[in-house]
Design a protein around this ligand. Structure first.
Ligand SMILES: *Cc1c(COP(=O)(O)O)cnc(C)c1O
Length: 399
């Protein structure tokens, strides 16, 4: 997820244009802004690139998700099905909207298992929210079919998979609504930022209004605008948009570089048949930002992770991670006892603590993920791949 590795002159130039006019706000001040509309320009660039009718920028991926849920009219006591493996923001967004998060297991795609989704559907279910983790994608064919058959919305959390595709369509553009994050560690960064993506103009109308206190954005007198809906301030600033616009133009370059580096590392790992690889419903659509492997069992995986860390090789073991896997989300599991939430809401929450996620556990406990850096060249990538393979083989030989 290395957008920040490419920050340079282009970002500075766009930011300086904004600082010269002094107009840091994305709306209004038409006379003073010397025709700089960075947020608007970036939205148009996103629309053109990923072929979506509407892209609306927000202050973060989290606020994009909240906006998406609200825009679909999903709220009090409704359920949304999402995977056990995601960044905790997906869950936070639902809670904030008074929506009950219902977890389904992940499979070897590291995303929602369609089979598990089918089991999680209830009369309260309003949407399925696949999370395209670590540059890859969920099986949108199957999930779309399930959504259609059960009259549910499909919300794509594409925060981690900017530029990835499924069957030639960009991730985030396939469901009813999609969301991007441009936080500091994402494929494209604006420091902080997010986007709501949709083909539906009424969802878009709601999204731009809701994320700016309900402003209808008609005319050029902000104070005289009407407020068709109650909203919040989830706006992006022109400073962030200036950075993001510069970053956006680097997307193809970033994708091709990380795909190349990833395939070099993967080629080395292919030498040892005990290593299994994450499955991609559409391998050509992988954005290439991470390489994920499965080893045979948890004990072996833990030992290998320990050895990788002691050799200074960056990798993630999600099973112990506090932010990305349900196992460590005690703060969230204890929500039932938090009296700042309405009792009615708390009563509807499932007993997460005692739910059985052993299918996910069996996958995640064997998963190791390597981030792909843009800063390494083909030679060091090959060396890195060799080194990882050697560490794994050594550990297997000790068995
Ligand atoms: C980063 C991320 C978010 C939230 O984005 P922020 O911009 O950090 O608020 C949501 N979902 C997933 C899967 C993410 O990786």
């Amino acid at each position: 997820m290395p957008g920040f590795e490419t920050i340079g002159k282009e970002e500075k130039d766009h930011v300086n244009e904004i600082l010269e006019t002094g107009i840091l706000m994305r709306y209004n001040f038409d006379n003073q802004r010397n025709n700089h509309w960075k947020a608007k320009e970036w939205e148009e660039a996103i629309q053109d690139k990923i072929q979506i009718r509407h892209a609306h920028l927000t202050s973060s991926g989290t606020t994009a998700l909240i906006t998406a849920v609200k825009a679909l009219g999903i709220g009090a006591g409704d359920e949304i099905i999402l995977p056990t493996f995601t960044f905790v923001a997906s869950v936070e967004a639902l809670i904030f909207c008074n929506v009950i998060p219902v977890f389904a297991d992940v499979d070897e795609t590291l995303t929602l298992s369609p089979e598990s989704v089918l089991k999680a559907i209830s009369p309260r279910t309003k949407a399925i929210m696949p999370v395209h983790m670590c540059g890859g994608m969920a099986d949108l064919d199957q999930l779309n079919q399930i959504a259609k058959a059960n009259d549910l919305y499909l919300i794509e959390d594409a925060c981690q998979s900017i530029g990835g595709k499924f069957q030639n369509q960009y991730l985030g553009t396939i469901g009813d609504v999609g969301c991007f994050s441009f936080d500091f560690v994402k494929t494209i960064t604006s420091g902080e930022g997010g986007a709501v993506l949709t083909q539906d103009s009424s969802i878009y109308e709601y999204a731009h209004q809701f994320s700016d206190h309900g402003h209808d954005h008609l005319g050029n007198d902000r104070g005289a605008e009407k407020h068709p809906t109650l909203g919040l301030n989830f706006r992006i600033s022109e400073l962030q948009a200036a950075v993001g616009l510069a970053q956006w133009h680097k997307l193809d370059e970033i994708l091709s570089q990380q795909r190349k580096i990833k395939s070099i590392i993967k080629n080395e790992l292919l030498q040892f048949p005990e290593i299994q690889f994450r499955k991609y419903p559409d391998p050509s659509g992988d954005n290439g930002s991470f390489l994920s492997i499965f080893l045979t069992d948890e004990t072996m995986t833990r030992k290998v992770v320990e050895n990788l860390k002691s050799e200074g090789i960056p990798c993630a073991y999600w099973y112990d991670n506090h932010w990305h896997y349900i196992k460590k989300w005690d703060h969230f599991k204890h929500l039932k006892n938090d009296e700042t939430y309405f009792a009615e809401f708390r009563d509807l929450l499932p007993d997460y603590e005692n739910q059985d996620f052993s299918i996910s556990d069996q996958i995640i406990s064997r998963t190791i993920t390597f981030p792909i850096s843009l800063k390494i060249n083909e030679i060091t990538a090959k060396e890195l791949g060799k080194k990882i393979t050697e560490i794994i083989i050594n550990q297997y030989n000790k068995k």
